[in-house]
Write a protein that binds this ligand. Structure first.
Ligand SMILES: O=C(O)CCC(=O)C(=O)O
Length: 279
C-alpha cells in the first residue's frame, strides 16, 4: 500500500466513508495531471457532438448540464489523461480500501459540466437506484476539475443516507419520479425532513469525493457568472454483477451491455481494473 493511502487510512477515511457514505480526499491528482485532464476535456467538449457508442471498450460520457444541453460519447481511449488516473494516482487502491472490495470493475466514466451562469441543478438521487445490474453495489470517485463551492454548485450529500438503499430513480433535472419502486422512497424528496444532515463538499481541482452508490446526493445550479464547474465521475462495481433490466432503471452505459438478462456483465466495455492477488 502506498504511503499516501496509508496516511489516509490512519487518518480514518475508511470509518468516515462507512458512517457518512462519502469522504473527501484533497489533492489526490497532482496539479500537472489535473491540468492535463482539464485541457484534454476542453478539446472533447469543443468538438462536434458525437453519439457513437463504442462496442469494444469503455466510453467517456461528456454531459453538458445546461438548459439546451446534450452529451457527447467518446471511447475512453480518446482521453488518455483521464484514463491514466487509474495508473497515476491512488484512486483505485483507495476505492478498494473504502469499499472493502478486492474487485473493481469499471461501470461508467462521466464528465458533468455545469457552465458558468447556466449550469443546472441536479435533484436528490442515489446512483444505484438507476442501474439495472444485480448486485448494484458500487463506489464512485468524483474528481473536481474546477473550484466547487456554494456559488458554482458543489455536490451536497445526505449524511448516512446509504442505509436507505434503493430509493427509486428520478429525472435528475426536475426531481420527477421515474418509478415508485424503492424501499426508501420517502427519503428521496427531502432527506433533511428525515433528520439527515446535509453536507456540502467544497473542492479544489484535483480533489476527489468518494461515495457509496447508495448515498443520496444533489447539487444546486452554477450561479457564478465566470467560473465553470466540471467534475469527472468514475464508477466501479465492487463484485461481478448480472444484467437485470427493470422499468425506471437506465443509464447511458446500458447501451454497451450485450449480455442477456441474468448473465454476468463481462464484456470488454466493462473491464476489471483492480483485482488483488489472492495469497
Ligand atoms: O456533478 C454533479 O453535480 C452531479 C454528479 C452526480 O450526480 C454523480 O456523479 O452521481
Amino acid at each position: 500500500m502506498n504511503t499516501v493511502t496509508q496516511k489516509l487510512i490512519a487518518g480514518g477515511v475508511v470509518e468516515k466513508f462507512r458512517e457518512d457514505g462519502f469522504v473527501h480526499v484533497e489533492r489526490l491528482l497532482s496539479p500537472k495531471l489535473t491540468r492535463d485532464v482539464q485541457a484534454e476535456l476542453e478539446v472533447l467538449f469543443d468538438a462536434p457532438v458525437e453519439e457513437t457508442v463504442p462496442t469494444n471498450e469503455p466510453m467517456l460520457v461528456c454531459w453538458r448540464h445546461r438548459p439546451d444541453g446534450n452529451r457527447s460519447i467518446f471511447p475512453l481511449s480518446a482521453a488518455p489523461y483521464c484514463q491514466s488516473v487509474f495508473d497515476r494516482t491512488q484512486l483505485l487502491g483507495l476505492c478498494s480500501e473504502l469499499s472493502k472490495s478486492d474487485y473493481l470493475q469499471l461501470m461508467e466514466a462521466v464528465v458533468f459540466s455545469k457552465p458558468a451562469g447556466i449550469g443546472e441543478a441536479f435533484a436528490w438521487h442515489n446512483d444505484a437506484s438507476f442501474y439495472p445490474v444485480d448486485p448494484v453495489d458500487h463506489i464512485s470517485a468524483w474528481i473536481a476539475l474546477d473550484t466547487c463551492n456554494e456559488e458554482t454548485g458543489a455536490l451536497q450529500f445526505a449524511v448516512g443516507s446509504q442505509v436507505y438503499k434503493d430509493v427509486g430513480s428520478v429525472n435528475v433535472k426536475t426531481g420527477e419520479r421515474l418509478t415508485d419502486s424503492g424501499a426508501g422512497t420517502e427519503a428521496l424528496s427531502d432527506p433533511s425532513a428525515l433528520g439527515l444532515e446535509i453536507r456540502r463538499v467544497d473542492m479544489q481541482p484535483g480533489d476527489v469525493v468518494f461515495f457509496n452508490g447508495y448515498t443520496m446526493h444533489c447539487s444546486p445550479p452554477n450561479r457564478s457568472l465566470i467560473s465553470d464547474r466540471r467534475g469527472m465521475s468514475l464508477r466501479f462495481l465492487t463484485q461481478p454483477s448480472r444484467y437485470a433490466p427493470e422499468s425506471g432503471k437506465s443509464a447511458t452505459f446500458v447501451r454497451q451491455i450485450c449480455e442477456a438478462p441474468g448473465e454476468l456483465v463481462t464484456n470488454q466495455c466493462f473491464p476489471v481494473v483492480y483485482q488483488k492477488e489472492k495469497p
